[in-house]
Design a protein around this ligand. Structure first.
Ligand SMILES: [Zn+2]
Length: 488
């Protein structure tokens, strides 16, 4: 491995005990300049993954894009892990503390969008990166490459692992990788997520069960002899009516949403089979377990009412709420503040402003019509307590086994919701590039702190143990169940 000249300057700073901090700062600055020098490479990788817009478990080209980049930089890559062809682990180094970085790359169906500030179909008409996972994957990979440079140059002693984690949107990738035994031996895991603002993560996420209910009826001519048939779709509809009555009596933190994935072939055939796909969420695994039990009873009752059979209740995945680690959040906040928010050009601000004006809130007001910034230019203060959970992530499960730190970086117009077209639009432009480079720099800086400061590493672990407690990790996923082969 050729010693990188970029990092040689930092070595001269190591002189006396007081120089330790300066040396760490020097390492960070060198890593940041190295990342700046790699902007084009990272931008190209994002452009490719963003254009492929492959949905969960079908991210073949996207996963390969990141793997190739890592192999080119000397990582050893194990692909197709945990029974998922697009899951992979790239490793560099074999001593010292082990830090893992999470990369995601799955897109969302039905949210195709070009890199245009007005709604326009994008390169993949079926899907788009409406959660910004193309920039997520590339930013994380950038951090892993920068850390590898430091290890190769002998500036730090450590091991870096980049985890390619597929199908985050269905909570599958990390869950099944964890079940296969990955992540658990790492000292700390770092990640980030595209956001409308810049902040160190210090927040909860919701637990969730991802489950399909399949009803079986019997086919018959829907006009000539409807009395001979039993409609599986009736089962699905009665179930959903029941769940919608249940809603009034659930706690405000719970969320239940569904799509009908099979509803019959055509109207003149009584549908013999139907399927509805539910996400059931709440702030704790215990509550999700309770709501899931209630919904299962509603499904059984719906089968009785429609005289159909509840053929299968198939849990695809289930994930837990996030365990937060204050010490990691504080250090991430410090590093992000030193790096600063991305610096936006006029045309980037104008692009984001147009997406805000095009995207109306439920009351018909455009988001950017008042003094809302087009793109965030500030770093949010770290809250005293973890922010309440709104969404879920399969990162949550890993946090029950290893301390996890992360951050959000402004990657699209301020105030806009994820899983919407403006997110796809912005992350396919230089807005996304700047966000992913900022994220890579912050992750790299926090990793440098962890590698070089054993007392900090110990503080992180102690904080994690305190917030983790000793509750057993239980799961609703049946023992021995393999990862699904497709999302739907
Ligand atoms: Zn996401």
């Amino acid at each position: 491995m050729v010693r990188s000249p970029l990092f040689s300057a930092a070595a001269f700073l190591l002189t006396a005990s007081t120089a330790f901090a300066a040396d760490v700062d020097g390492l960070k600055r060198d890593a940041w300049s190295w990342l700046d020098s790699q902007t084009e490479v990272l931008e190209t990788a994002n452009q490719n993954i963003w254009s492929y817009a492959e949905i969960g478990l079908a991210e073949n080209k996207s996963s390969k894009e990141l793997q190739d980049l890592l192999i080119d930089h000397g990582f050893s890559v194990e692909s197709g892990v945990a029974g998922m062809p697009t899951a992979f682990i790239a490793t560099y180094g074999d001593s010292g503390p082990v830090i893992g970085i999470l990369a995601e790359f799955d897109a969302l169906p039905g949210v195709s969008q070009a890199a245009s500030p007005t709604p326009t179909i994008g390169p993949n008409p079926e899907a788009g990166h409406a959660c910004g996972h193309s920039v997520f994957g590339v930013g994380s990979t950038g951090a892993a490459l920068a850390i590898k440079e430091l290890i190769a140059a002998g500036e730090i002693d450590g091991t870096i692992k980049l985890y390619g984690t597929p199908a985050e949107e269905t909570g599958i990738g990390k869950v099944y990788m964890l079940r296969a035994g990955y992540f658990k031996d790492d000292d700390v895991i770092l990640n980030w997520h595209p956001s409308d603002r810049n902040r160190a993560s210090y927040g909860n996420t919701k637990a969730i069960v991802n489950v399909k209910f399949r009803f079986r009826g019997s086919a018959a001519h829907a006009s000539a002899m409807p009395w001979s048939g039993r409609s599986a779709l009736d089962g699905v509809e009665l179930m959903s009516a029941g769940v919608n009555y249940m809603r009034e009596h659930i706690k405000p933190d719970a969320r239940i949403h569904y799509v009908i994935t099979k509803g019959g072939g055509q109207p003149n055939v009584v549908p013999p089979e139907a399927e509805v796909w539910y996400y059931i969420r709440a702030d704790t695994f215990e509550d999700v377990t309770g709501y899931f039990g209630w919904i299962k009873e509603i499904a059984e009752a719906a089968a009785k009412m429609s005289r159909t059979e509840l053929e299968a209740v198939e849990i695809q995945s289930e994930i837990h709420e996030m365990i937060t680690v204050r010490a990691l959040s504080e250090q991430t906040h410090k590093n992000l503040s030193a790096i600063g928010a991305p610096k936006w050009e006029e045309q980037e601000l104008a692009f984001a402003r147009t997406t805000q004006l095009e995207f109306q809130d439920p009351f018909g007001r455009a988001i950017g019509s008042d003094d809302t910034p087009a793109l965030s230019t500030t770093i949010q203060p770290l809250p005293d307590n973890p922010t309440p959970a709104r969404a879920s992530t399969d990162v949550g499960d890993i946090s029950w086994f290893v301390p996890i730190g992360g951050l959000g970086v402004a990657s699209y117009g301020y105030g806009l919701p994820t899983h919407s077209w403006p997110v796809v639009a912005a992350t396919g432009t230089t807005i996304g590039t700047k966000a992913l480079v900022t994220a890579a720099k912050t992750i790299t800086a926090t990793a440098i702190d962890l590698y070089t400061d054993p007392a900090f590493m110990e503080r992180v672990k102690a904080d994690w143990r305190k917030s983790r407690g000793d509750a057993p990790f239980k799961t609703l996923i049946p023992e021995g169940q393999a990862a699904p082969l497709a999302v739907r």
